[in-house]
Design a protein around this ligand. Structure first.
Ligand SMILES: NC(=O)c1ccc[n+]([C@@H]2O[C@H](COP(=O)([O-])OP(=O)(O)OC[C@H]3O[C@@H](n4cnc5c(N)ncnc54)[C@H](OP(=O)(O)O)[C@@H]3O)[C@@H](O)[C@H]2O)c1
Length: 230
């Protein structure tokens, strides 16, 4: 039987493209998003594809994640923590970095993967090697000279650290935990001037997810599979 992917933030951007590409390769997809009713693309896709199951899920809320799990059709082989926000691109003195914005970015980008993995661990397919991947960002790397987006950068540094800690937890299990920079991608978040299309990013990501070996656990990769510094 083909693998099952679970993708968070599947209604637009990289998450939607990952969903479409998985379906085109006949994988099963548990596509999760905050508001399935508002996602015409996901609704259209699910009308035509028995391999797609769309579920309402907010990654910042354990109850929402647990009730989503009741609707899943398959055990998960590849859990993709993709949902993310960046609502502060200026420097430390930019007004956009207020308490609410800081809490939202930290809660979605760090709390989101944490709660998703904590609550969906039981849904992983334990009969074979399962994979947990966090879509992080090169902006989280510690060795940079930029002064913009301090909170987003910190959230992605924390997401990579979280990946490392969780990979250590599962070191002796049939579970690989890795994180990825998806590239600078033309989505609502990346903007129209970004380097690559969502399709190019998703194609590289899926190819590498499928190739992941146990020796890759705890590591951070570019979307094309090149290893990156944490
Ligand atoms: N685009 C880039 O250049 C780039 C570069 C590096 C890393 N990334 C990372 O790649 C991932 C995807 O980015 P993207 O470019 O596709 O962004 P996007 O187009 O802005 O989409 C973000 C997705 O996250 C979802 N989301 C936000 N908060 C959520 C929550 N609380 N619960 C569930 N879903 C939530 C959004 O759902 P709603 O529609 O409900 O808001 C949307 O589906 C993010 O983690 C981002 O940080 C992107």
């Amino acid at each position: 039987m083909k693998e099952t992917f679970l993708i968070t933030g599947a209604n637009r951007g990289i998450g939607l493209e990952l969903t479409k590409l998985c379906l085109s390769k006949n994988f099963n997809v548990e596509a999760c998003c905050r508001n399935p009713e508002a996602s015409d693309e996901l609704k259209n896709l699910s009308n035509h594809n028995p391999h797609l199951n769309v579920t309402k899920m907010d990654v910042t809320n354990s109850k929402s994640i647990l009730s989503a799990a009741e609707n899943f059709q398959n055990k998960i082989d590849i859990l993709v923590c993709n949902a993310g926000v960046n609502n502060g691109k200026g420097d430390i003195f930019s007004k956009e970095h207020n308490e609410n914005a800081i809490m939202e970015v930290m809660m979605v980008n760090v709390g989101g993967p944490f709660l998703t993995i904590q609550n969906l661990y039981k849904n992983l397919n334990k009969n074979s090697m399962s994979k947990i991947v966090i879509i992080s960002s090169l902006m989280g790397t510690q060795t940079h000279l930029s002064n913009n987006a301090p909170i987003y950068r910190a959230s992605k540094a924390a997401a990579n650290n979280l990946m490392r800690t969780i990979s250590n937890h599962f070191l002796n299990d049939n579970i690989i935990v890795s994180s990825y920079h998806p590239g600078w991608v033309r989505t609502d978040m990346g903007g129209a001037n970004a380097d690559i299309s969502a399709e190019e990013s998703a194609t590289g990501l899926i190819n590498h997810f499928l190739k992941l070996q146990k020796s890759d656990t705890g590591k951070f990769f570019n979307y094309d599979g090149k290893p990156l510094p944490l």
